[in-house]
Design a binder for this molecule. Sequence first.
Ligand SMILES: Nc1nc2c(ncn2[C@@H]2O[C@H](COP(=O)(O)OP(=O)(O)OP(=O)(O)O)[C@@H](O)[C@H]2O)c(=O)[nH]1
Length: 441
Amino acid sequence: MPDSTGNCDFIALSNDSYRLLLDEVGAFVYTTDMVGRYTFANRMVLQLLGHPLDYVVGKDISHFFGDKGNEALRETDERVLRGGETIAREESNLILATGELRTYWSTKKPLRDATGQIIGMIGISHDITEKKRLEDKLRRQKELLDALVDNVDALIYMKDANRRFLYANRRMADAFGCSVDQIIGSLDVDLMPAEVAERFWQQDQKILANGQRHACEESLVDASGRLRHYWSVIIPWAGPDGTPAIIGLSTDITELHALKEELQRQARADSLTGIANRRSFYESAEHEFARSRLQGRALSLITIDIDFFKKINDTLGHPMGDRVLQEFVACCQDALRTEGLLARTGGEEFCILLPGTDLDAARHIAERIREQTQARRIAVPAQELRISASFGVAGLCDTDERFETLYSRADLALYAAKQQGRNRTSLLRSPAQEGASSSMT
Ligand SMILES: Nc1nc2c(ncn2[C@@H]2O[C@H](COP(=O)(O)OP(=O)(O)OP(=O)(O)O)[C@@H](O)[C@H]2O)c(=O)[nH]1
């Protein structure tokens, strides 16, 4: 036992089992005198120092590791020995003979004699080097993951089977105009309009039920009120507590979506006049034809050809011909207002499909356009150009099984209008519409 001056050789542990306990405790246990010399060290400390107890006792730490790197240890020792403090903290500056840096969690307490006077110090240290390395690795991985998920151009979230968000990245928070913390723990209905949340929830439920990855296009109005489009991949996952959840990754494709729509619009439009082109006209016409037949609704078609257009091109040039085509389309649009589908089906050929319009009403519309066309003055250098067009009109009848049949009748009527001198509207009824014989007017 130490004497009252604090000087001693070692603590005599008479109880072998107590000493065995200290050896097996799985921590570094030691005591020192008032100047830092070991008075006791358990097996782990002796292994670390590489010497038996009788060699270690009476020597301080610098004897084994030198002075370098032990300043912080000495500072805490001083606080315990001189100030009577109890210290519990991490110490990572013990350099072994191999040069390896290890980290310890150390508790140091003053040792007192029967009168309460400090006679030394007891230290217990746990080697937390591996735990620290693992923590550092996990922290670095988390930092990397956070950097990735916050900077990727996608909303990333995790949602449980009760519609509650378990995770959200920064992009997600930006889209909803709130903080990540506000999203986590919120229900989907707290963040978006009820009908939108319900739509997503229906989909989430299917994924939770069938456990299958799902990819689809989704739309959402963001915090600034702008409709945004996403390509979403949703995968079933287990939440932090192991209960079913889903992870969603929604990539913002708003720009791409706009581009796609523009390309689709361009593919359907005539580049000179901006109205529907032949391909899109036929697609819509086939569809409308089938619908009108099914519903027993009237459907009429006007085919149009600008008169003597070749002459305009030949005398005034192709660019002027183009302008005439544009002026003619403007004329049709003025006369039609919102009725019908106007399309350019050829060079100077146009069609107007009129759903819900009978033959007589269609002829009336064709006449209106014809009159406005011949009344229009087109300014060309040094003169005023006047144009005219011929019109063929036909209406759907019960015996028409294909759109082509209706189209052929309108085309025949147009041919007749040309034959009869142009700048006129000709109408061709089917035999069914006109009794036993067809009629051209
Ligand atoms: N400027 C211009 N001309 C075109 C375009 N597409 C076709 N054309 C021309 O349109 C003219 C059509 O002439 P035709 O089919 O002979 O008919 P037309 O001269 O109008 O005579 P009718 O139809 O019998 O009154 C041709 O000269 C084509 O070159 C175009 O996009 N722009």
